[in-house]
Design a protein around this ligand. Structure first.
Ligand SMILES: [Zn+2]
Length: 233
């Protein structure tokens, strides 16, 4: 049917100078779809890029049709579009974040109202999310509670010390009670907050519950071997 000798590859796009070679074979003056799927995809991509406004106008004037098509697509390829968007977000995170921020700025009231309605109608879900987060981040909760106590006591350094600092202090003591060497269960203010101790990392050490309750708001006895926990490792 096809006469190879008459086929000529199109080297430039007749439609627009911005398009790559049109991807069609010219056969006796008729444009034939090019057989290479890669090239065809590239052509279609370029076409969509150069006809954005037209496509947007079409979608705008055929909204119901577009919505029905979108639903049909989701039914036919469940999860495909979401996976595509996730990949796009991951690959172009800065671009997406900037776009989200701009959208939020432009529609702040609307966003807040929607979030409020969502939270009202998904209360239990919100609570479950919070609980799950708390369960997954016990060291952050502990740091937050310590920080709160330090703030209320007006301790120095309470605005500085974060969960990572406390983690580092624990690591320095091998995650063991600095008094008896048992596995650590809490963080102690060596000089108690009640005695004007600070919340700087230097005043924080891991402690077990039993030592913690015995120590309370007292200062350690001078004779107690402070290095026991480390030397016992
Ligand atoms: Zn202990």
């Amino acid at each position: 049917m096809r006469h190879q000798s008459h086929e000529v590859k199109c080297s430039a796009s007749p439609q627009s100078p911005t398009l790559p070679p049109c991807g069609f074979l010219h056969y006796k003056g008729i444009e034939m779809p090019y057989k290479d799927p890669e090239q065809q995809r590239a052509y279609q991509k370029a076409y969509r890029k150069s006809h954005k406004e037209e496509a947007a106008a079409y979608r705008e004037s055929h909204k119901e049709k577009a919505a029905a098509y979108a639903i049909a697509y989701h039914v036919a390829y469940p999860g495909k579009f979401n996976a595509y968007m996730r990949a796009q977000r991951a690959a172009r995170s800065d671009e997406f974040r900037a776009r989200d921020r701009a959208y939020y700025r432009a529609h702040r009231d609307k966003k807040l109202a929607r979030a409020h309605i969502y939270n009202e109608t998904h209360r239990e879900r919100g609570r479950a999310t919070t609980r799950a987060w708390q369960k997954a981040n016990p060291e952050k909760i502990a740091a937050h509670n310590l920080h709160r106590r330090a703030r209320l006591a007006g301790a120095d350094g309470h605005g500085y010390t974060a969960a990572e600092h406390i983690k580092a202090r624990w690591a320095m003591w091998g995650n063991r009670c600095y008094i008896c060497g048992a596995p650590a269960e809490a963080t102690d203010h060596v000089i108690p907050l009640a005695r004007g101790g600070s919340h700087w990392p230097a005043n924080l050490r891991p402690i077990c519950k039993s030592c913690n309750s015995r120590k309370g708001a007292r200062l350690l006895h001078k004779k107690r071997p402070l290095t026991l926990a480390r030397s016992a490792l």
